[in-house]
Each structure stands twice: as C-alpha cells, then as structure tokens.
Design a protein around this ligand. Structure first.
Ligand code: MLT
Length: 402
C-alpha cells in the first residue's frame, strides 16, 4: 500500500487532541479535582435567543414540503452572503456577494485553499495556529517561518529575502493575541503585491477588537483586494463552534478573478454547502438583535481576559494579548519549557492551558490562556495559576521574566 509520506512528518497528534488526551488521563487519576480549562479556545456561552429563534423557524421550513430545502447553493445562500456584505459595509469595505463563499468554518477553508496553488511555498508566522502548518506539511508544501518574539511584539514582519506563494497572517493572533496596526498590515500587503504572493488573512477574532484604530479586516488596507483572501468564522463571535459556519472572501481583484473562479470550481466539486438551518442561524447572528447579543457575549469573554491580564500584571508575570483579543500569551516562570509548565499547572493547580511550543519553536517558554470560559471558573483558575507560579519565582526568577 502507498500512502502520503508527508503525514510521517507531522507530530503524532494534533496539538489540541494531544492535550485533551493528557487531561483525560489526569482526570481519571484524580476524579475529585476541580480541573479548569483555559486551554482550547472553545466558547462556553450558549447560542443567543436571536439565533435559536431563527433556527427553530428554519427547522419548521424543513418540516413542510413547500418550504423544505435540499441541496443549497455551494457558495452559500444569498440571504447570508448579503448579510456578510452588509457586515463589511459597516467597516467601510465594499464587496460583491459573489466574492463571498460560505463554508463550515474558517479552519476547513484555510486548510483547503492551498490546493489551488499546487505544490507551493508558504510563509507562516512563528508562533502560529498549528492547523496552518499541519495542512501545508500534509500537502508537501515548502514551509518557512517569519519569527515572532518579544522584540517585534509577536508581530512578524516580511523577511528581507525570499518569495512565497502564500503568506498566512492571523490578526488578532491566535495564539499570541497580538494585533497588527494598519501601518504594519500595509507593509505586508505591499510586500505581497511586490512579490506576487497571496495573503491568507485569518480574521476569526475580529469581533474582539475594541480599539477602533486597529483594522478588523485586511480589506481596510489599500491594495488588499488584489492580493488577500480573508477567512472569517461565526465560531467565536456567535458561539458557533458546535454549529460550524464561516465564510471566505476571494476578491475578483486577485489575478483578474482567476482565484475566485478556481475556488468556485473547487467548492462546487467538493462541497455541498453548509446546512440551510445553520446558514439561517448565521444570518440572524448578523442581524441587529443578533449583533447586540453577540456583543454581550464578547464583553463577557473580554471581562475574563481582563481578569487574567490584571492578575498577571499584579503578579509581575510577563504577558501580552488579552486586550483586543481573547487570548493571553504569558511567559513561563523560571525558564521552564512550555510542557514543563503545563504539567506543573495541571498537577499543582488543576489548570489546563496550551503550551506555547505547540504553536511553533518560537512559542517555547510561553503559554497560552483562553478567555472563552465561565467567569467564576476563569477567576478561580487564574488565581491558582498565579499562586503556583509565584511560589516558584523567588530568587531564581530570571530578570527578563518580569
Ligand atoms: C484554539 O484554541 O486555538 C481554537 O479554538 C482552535 C480553533 O479555532 O480551531
């Protein structure tokens, strides 16, 4: 038998699956422990009333012969694509509905779209959301990294040498919570235009940006419609992690519409669309009431982020993110590796986070916390995390950790 040899180059398990397995083992051994997860960024707030009502109405449609919906348009129903166009208009961005493709979440499209480029070279930030890296390793693509670190605020900028077919950017960043300014994004857009690259811009966390001076779509930057595809998701803003719906913008301006036509061809062949009920729910989440309810949930998570941010600040633990982003990125104490700190926290505080090294080499020595949790549990977890961390600090703490 012959299989894709590139799979042998991957880590044994996907980051979050590996963590879940470790936590399961710990819980089996310590059934009474109150384990709190600040690990995977899975939302905890239930779906909002506007979404539930619309889903119920859509379910009724499916129950009657004259309103039943079978296969839908592969690109998504017009009512949802029009709602997405209106969503962009609020940012001053004009799009055509045929530039929008509704899918089952940003992750699938971010993983599927490289196939339009054949075997290609890909530039990723390091640290990076591991799915970007893994899908390109699976495809046998040449993967390069733009290093992030304290020095550039975990916002890698274009390298001075090299040319890449695809550049992945995520802002606000998963995992570091860093957000590119307009000026910084403009540098990337100009670089992509000058070198013939296409930017894959992951905007899944756009709803968490409250600083209006920061861009929430790459299309707020001049020239981006000629070089950038944008991926977005209902998962975090509308609580759709278990519903599965997102969208991808493939502007007509990229290679005179070639990429848009290729993606349409690919989707009509390999994808039958997100379900009617879910798309109705997604459209409701972009309506006036839905947006209001989403904002309340975002505020809830951002309160969690502030609680973590304040607790770490008070304890003089170096961290970033958590301001215009639901992720807090902290430095592990005493020069510990990310996995050492993960094990310590699980054992001594019953708190789960995500080891930074799981996001790349440059994530070693860092640790990611998520704000997508229950408020009381988050407060409890961060207080235990700080206690355990401070108990280690004493005189051994390296000065740069502060
Ligand atoms: C994360 O924790 O990084 C995200 O929840 C994963 C995802 O969105 O797929």
């Amino acid at each position: 038998m012959k299989f894709n040899e590139n799979f042998a180059k991957l880590n044994e398990s996907y980051l979050f699956a590996g963590i879940a397995a470790k936590v399961r083992t710990f819980k089996q051994a310590h059934p009474r422990e109150d384990v709190v997860s600040l690990g995977i960024g899975d939302v905890t707030r239930p779906l909002t009333p506007a979404v539930i009502c619309e889903m119920q109405a859509a379910a009724h449609d499916m129950a009657a012969e004259d309103t039943f919906h079978g296969y839908g348009p592969e690109q998504g129903y017009a009512f949802l694509r029009e709602a997405i166009v209106r969503h962009y208009a609020t940012k001053g961005v004009t799009l055509h509905e045929d530039e929008i493709f509704v899918g089952d979440g940003a992750k699938s499209d971010l993983g599927n779209m490289p196939e339009l480029f054949g075997r290609c070279s890909v530039l990723l930030p390091d640290p990076v959301y591991p799915a970007y890296r893994d899908v390109n390793v699976m495809a046998g693509n040449r993967v390069y990294f733009a290093p992030g670190g304290k020095r550039n605020g975990f916002k890698p900028m274009p390298p001075s040498k090299g040319r890449f077919d695809i550049i992945y950017l995520c802002s606000p960043s998963n995992p570091t919570g860093a957000v590119y300014t307009r000026e910084e994004l403009k540098v990337w857009v100009d670089y992509a235009l000058a070198t013939g690259a296409v930017i894959f811009f992951d905007a899944a966390y756009e709803a968490f940006v409250s600083d209006r001076s920061l861009p929430t779509s790459v299309y707020e930057i001049e020239g981006a419609k000629e070089c950038a595809v944008e991926f977005c998701s209902f998962s975090k803003s509308a609580g759709f992690t278990g519903m599965r719906c997102g969208w991808t913008v493939v502007p007509f301006g990229i290679a005179s519409g070639t990429l848009n036509r290729m993606w349409l061809r690919r989707q009509t062949t390999k994808f039958n669309g997100a379900s009617y009920v879910v798309q109705r729910a997604a459209a409701a989440s972009l309506g006036k009431q839905g947006e209001y309810e989403n904002r309340k949930n975002v505020e809830y998570y951002m309160t969690n982020a502030r609680i973590m941010h304040d607790a770490l600040t008070a304890a003089h633990i170096w961290h970033t993110g958590g301001v215009n982003s639901p992720y807090v990125w902290m430095q592990c104490p005493k020069g510990m590796t990310s996995w050492e700190y993960f094990d310590l926290l699980l054992e001594k505080a019953a708190v789960v986070g995500t080891p930074g090294v799981g996001f790349g080499k440059r994530g070693e020595g860092y640790f990611r916390l998520t704000a997508f949790g229950n408020a009381e549990k988050t407060a409890r977890a961060i207080s235990r995390l700080v206690d355990v961390t401070l108990s280690l600090k004493d005189s051994h703490t390296a000065p740069e950790h502060r």
